[in-house]
Design a protein around this ligand. Structure first.
Ligand SMILES: *[C@@H]1O[C@H](CO)[C@@H](O)[C@H](O)[C@H]1NC(C)=O
Ligand SMILES: *[C@@H]1O[C@H](CO)[C@@H](O)[C@H](O)[C@H]1NC(C)=O
Length: 349
């Protein structure tokens, strides 16, 4: 029964991969740390906690002029050996009635051999003939806004899916469709959540970054990337659409007698957001040489595609990194506050 549903999920994923020409691969957890080389370069600790996958040169400072991830890294937690990029998001915590917090654990996605971390997608889109230009060294971007608390302001392509069971059965269709929500699911979910974070797919063709880490990229002018929508004149270059999928096992917190009596949501992003609308993702490009361009040109799909090198899952799992901002992350004991939240109060944030 379980095998059958995994098999049908694998078939569904393969069909989706063939239709959209998407690379889908696992990256196990590199570290959980309070650093943020994009928003707060040099700061440790940064304002909130992150979970990070990818190359092990991830650091508080990653200036594009002096830090080349493929050179500075000695391993990657992703299954493609040429990918030393870093992918990170905030963490999620459960707040008990007595006000203490525990981290909601992550688990690996179905069909992947790596440990808890993220599933990473590079999507070429339906327009098979259109050229997709890989990112240039130094490229980085952010999607979503950690300070947002309004559902309508969550960009499309960022969402939560409440899974009925750990087999993700029935398979809920394309990301951010159906009953997927832009905030935390309000009900207890038998299979935890699948959180999707999708980046824009058009680039201005010049800047590898921008002051807000967003304005150098844009969404298609009409339609969607998936439907082959054209890029706007301001951002004419079609780039791979990067997407993160993270599975959270919230089952240990499903007992509603532990949830706040006033009906408030007990789940929090690590920046202290219990709406979920602060959902955001950070991307720092770090593929070796022209590996990503070759993958795009070869219409690579899945997680094992020549000319790329697929490393053994065990090698990806073995690539980890100690914390720089040494801190309790709330796995073994209940925390009296979210890491960094007392500083935020001091700063009147
Ligand atoms: C991280 O940055 C510090 C300070 O610049 C440096 O000493 C250290 O070697 C860096 N670590 C990695 C893995 O690049
Ligand atoms: C707070 O609540 C949690 C979950 O119910 C419990 O395990 C923990 O012991 C409580 N802590 C205190 C200090 O009461």
């Amino acid at each position: 029964m379980i095998l059958k549903s995994i098999a049908s999920l694998a078939v569904a994923a393969a069909q989706l991969a063939a239709a959209q020409e998407l690379m889908r691969f696992g990256c196990s957890q590199l570290t959980i740390d309070r650093i943020d080389p994009l928003v707060e370069p040099g700061a440790f600790p940064s304002a909130h906690m992150h979970q990070v996958v990818g190359g092990n040169s991830f650091n508080a400072t990653m200036s594009p002029d002096s830090h080349d991830p493929p050179t500075a890294s000695t391993c990657t937690s992703c299954t493609y050996a040429e990918d030393f990029s870093n992918y990170w998001t905030a963490n999620i915590y459960f707040r008990a009635r007595n006000g203490t917090f525990k981290r909601v654990p992550q688990v690996a996605n179905l069909g992947l051999g790596v440990k808890a971390g993220m599933t990473i997608y590079y999507i070429r889109g339906y327009q098979a003939s259109a050229r997709v230009t890989a990112f240039k060294p130094g490229f980085r971007m952010i999607v979503g806004d950690s300070t947002n608390r309004v559902a309508a302001k969550v960009p499309r392509g960022l969402c939560f899916r409440c899974e009925a069971n750990m087999q993700q059965n029935p398979f809920g269709g394309a990301p951010c469709t159906g009953s997927d929500t832009p905030g935390f699911p309000k009900q207890a979910c038998g299979g935890g959540w699948r959180v999707t974070i999708t980046f824009p797919s058009c680039w201005d063709g010049k800047n590898t970054d921008s002051p807000d880490h967003k304005s150098h990229v844009a969404y298609p002018a009409t339609g969607t990337f998936e439907s082959g929508g054209a890029c706007p004149a301001t951002h004419p270059v079609k780039i791979p659409q990067v997407m993160y999928e993270t599975m959270y096992d919230s089952r240990a917190f499903n007992d509603k007698s532990l949830w706040p009596e006033n009906g408030e949501n007990p789940f929090y992003w690590s920046m202290g957001d219990n709406t979920g609308h602060g959902i955001h993702g950070d991307y720092l490009f770090g593929w070796k040489g022209d590996a990503l361009q070759r993958a795009m040109d070869n219409k690579c799909a899945g997680d094992n595609c020549p000319p790329l090198t697929r490393q053994a899952d065990q090698k990806a799992i073995a690539c980890t990194k100690g914390q720089i901002a040494h801190e309790d992350i709330g796995d073994d004991k209940w925390l009296t506050e979210l890491p960094g939240q007392s500083q935020m109060k001091d700063m009147n944030m």
